[in-house]
Design a protein around this ligand. Structure first.
Ligand code: C2E
Ligand code: MG
Ligand code: MG
Ligand code: MG
Length: 274
């Protein structure tokens, strides 16, 4: 049920199986090889504009085509990539790939298609990292970039001295900002304005219904508040027609989820764009 999966979403990363030390060493070695041998892929999940039903955006989600283990999800290797520092090179690749893909789709369709990428909080906590968005993304004539950067909500609250400067450099490069899994962290209303956030991606938990459901009331309040502040709202993890209809009625701007489509390889996404 929608309720059950809503719960699952909240503990994505706690489901990760414990790895033995030797398994871990093996996987670290494999990770280095994976970058060299180009085993990473971006899958794309279409994002629907609810008022028109059109797809103008897609979220890039990282996959690893492991030669022995098959297709691996982020929860199986992302933490390790962060711990070993390989995340830098990996996210550099993600920006380059997503940006090129957005440009290609925009060219193909004759309209602006944006790709959103997820970023590790590490990109914003340290100033020693290079800024892949300054190298790999393109600003459009109309102003907005081909890439939207998704930040974890708590990235805004950790108080890093480099946060402000790095977010500004993103925006100077013309990129837009989305807060991912909004509602599960503790960002303040002031920070939404201060950091010039463009989109709130509301966590799936707020789509739940039930006898004691305050979730929907919170969701509705988030939509009203966001609109007053000039932000757009995206719902993620939309799995039922009831949820979609409710979101449309409440004037949520965008939606993505299994109801519409799962994350797909490049070619399969293309039919949603036409
Ligand atoms: P996220 O950014 O919140 O992405 C949403 C996750 O929910 C994705 O899982 C997606 O496949 C899944 N999802 C989409 N629609 C539905 C639905 O209707 N129901 C359910 N139950 N799930 C749905 P995925 O692809 O396994 O990614 C997990 C997380 O890994 C992402 O959460 C994101 O935080 C992280 N991630 C993915 N790609 C990257 C990347 O390139 N860089 C970094 N740093 N993190 C990434
Ligand atoms: Mg995301
Ligand atoms: Mg999310
Ligand atoms: Mg999520």
């Amino acid at each position: 049920t929608a309720k059950g999966t809503g719960r699952n979403q909240l503990c994505f990363f706690s489901e990760v199986r414990e790895q033995s030390p030797s398994e871990r060493q093996q996987l670290i070695g494999d990770l280095r090889q994976a970058l060299i041998h180009q085993q990473f892929r971006l899958y794309y999940q279409p994002i629907f504009e609810l008022a028109t039903g059109r797809v103008t955006k897609a979220e890039a989600l990282l996959r690893w085509e492991h030669p022995q283990r098959g297709l691996l999800l982020p929860k199986e290797f992302l933490k390790l990539a962060e711990e070993t520092g390989l995340i830098d090179e990996l996210e550099d690749w993600v920006f380059a790939e997503a940006s090129a893909q957005a440009d290609q789709w925009s060219l193909d369709t004759g309209r602006s298609v944006q790709v959103s990428v997820n970023t590790s909080p590490l990109q914003f906590i340290h100033d020693t990292r290079k800024k892949p968005w300054e190298i790999h993304t393109n600003r459009r004539k109309e102003g907005a970039s081909n890439v939207v950067v998704e930040l974890a909500e708590n990235t805004l609250v950790n108080g890093s001295p480099y946060l402000q400067e790095r977010l500004k450099s993103l925006q100077d490069a013309g990129l837009e900002l989305a807060l991912d899994d909004f509602g599960t962290g503790c960002s303040s209303l002031t920070s939404l304005k201060r950091f010039n956030i463009n989109y709130l991606k509301v966590a799936p938990a707020f789509l739940q219904t039930g006898a004691r459901s305050t979730e929907r009331e919170i969701f509705e309040t988030i939509i009203m508040m966001a609109h007053r502040l000039g932000l757009k709202v995206m719902a993620e993890g939309v799995e039922t027609a009831e949820q979609r209809d409710w979101l449309k009625e409440k004037k949520c701007d965008f939606a993505q989820g299994y109801l519409f489509a799962r994350p797909l390889p490049v070619q399969e996404l293309e039919r949603f764009l036409h």
